[in-house]
Design a protein around this ligand. Structure first.
Ligand code: BG6
Length: 296
């Protein structure tokens, strides 16, 4: 059935023939793929640089994740426990989603909702039975909500992340505030648990940290692009900070060798100790809100 889209939003095919919604309103420009419900671009009109980072080497193909933007990770984060052959970060980011609602709200915000329900294809990878709704509200600020409903007969335990890749001038010059004192799992140090002692956090090596039991807003100060970005959240107790640095970038085929200085991931998540369990019919919503301001 053809979609009835409001002025300012179009549907076409992007690279790899993947269906893509493009937003161009008075408030922002944005791009979202139905593949993975993957937001690849968001840029408020007043902001001179794209907010989300995208790799020039990203794949755009059914069954593969897109590198950059905001991958939706579900129902596990990273490798699946006990099943190293399962796709990293779950099935949501490599599945085709369905458009549920596209509208321009009275204040000019474009609201796009996509859904994904477990089916024979997801159950070939995981027995979990679920219905997901991802809503992005795209305006001068970005707000994203991921709702999970347990459609199974028993409890559903899952991990999830809105794995936001943020574009930065040079990651070696940014500061990340909001996580001081939080305990993190250091994936670059055999999963050792540590308390964050640095404030602001700076990036001077491969960084892959899963902060636990924190609902704090994270603030990124980026002198290179002259801006400050805030990531606020609800329904999320974990935050991930990731930069692959030199060797890991080289090892990833869909990530340019020289691209690592231009990005940092600030991920709104529930993972590890903060995995979520829902009873049959239970629902859970996690949100992430991003706003950008110029440094004075
Ligand atoms: C981060 C993880 O969230 O995602 C890292 O903490 C991982 O360990 C990174 O390397 C990228 O994952 P992927 O599967 O997209 O290459």
């Amino acid at each position: 059935m053809p979609l009835d889209l409001p002025a300012g939003i179009t549907l076409d095919e992007g690279p790899g023939g993947l269906p893509r919604l493009t937003v161009a309103t008075d408030l922002c420009t944005a791009e979202m793929y139905l593949h993975g419900a993957h937001l690849c671009r968001w840029q408020p009109r007043a902001e001179p640089h794209p907010v989300l980072w995208m790799s020039r080497s990203s794949r755009f193909e059914a069954g593969a994740p897109i590198r950059g933007g905001v991958p939706v990770c579900f129902p596990w984060f990273g490798p699946k426990a006990g099943d190293p052959a399962a796709p990293a970060h779950g099935v949501a980011r490599i599945s085709p989603w369905t458009v549920d609602r596209v509208e321009i709200e009275p204040d000019g915000t474009a609201a796009v909702s996509l859904t994904l329900a477990s089916d024979a294809r997801t159950q070939a990878v995981t027995p979990d039975q679920f219905a997901l709704t991802f809503t992005a509200r795209l305006g001068g600020t970005l707000s994203m909500a991921l709702t999970v409903e347990n459609r199974g007969q028993g409890p559903l335990t899952f991990e999830e992340a809105l794995h936001s890749y943020v574009a930065v001038g040079d990651v070696r010059t940014v500061g990340v505030d909001g996580l001081a004192g939080a305990t993190f799992i250091d994936k670059t140090d055999a999963m050792a648990r540590k308390a964050e002692a640095e404030a602001p956090i700076t990036i001077a090596a491969e960084t892959d940290r899963l902060y636990l039991n924190t609902s704090a807003t994270v603030t990124l100060t980026d002198p290179g692009l002259g801006r400050r970005l805030r990531v606020a959240k609800s329904g999320s107790l974990a935050t991930v900070i990731w930069n692959p640095w030199i060797a890991k970038s080289r090892a990833m085929p869909d990530f340019g060798d020289d691209e690592w200085p231009g990005m940092i991931c600030i991920e709104t998540a529930n993972a590890a100790d903060n995995a979520v369990t829902l009873g049959p019919g239970g629902r859970h919503t996690m949100t992430a809100m991003i706003d950008v301001s110029r440094l004075g």
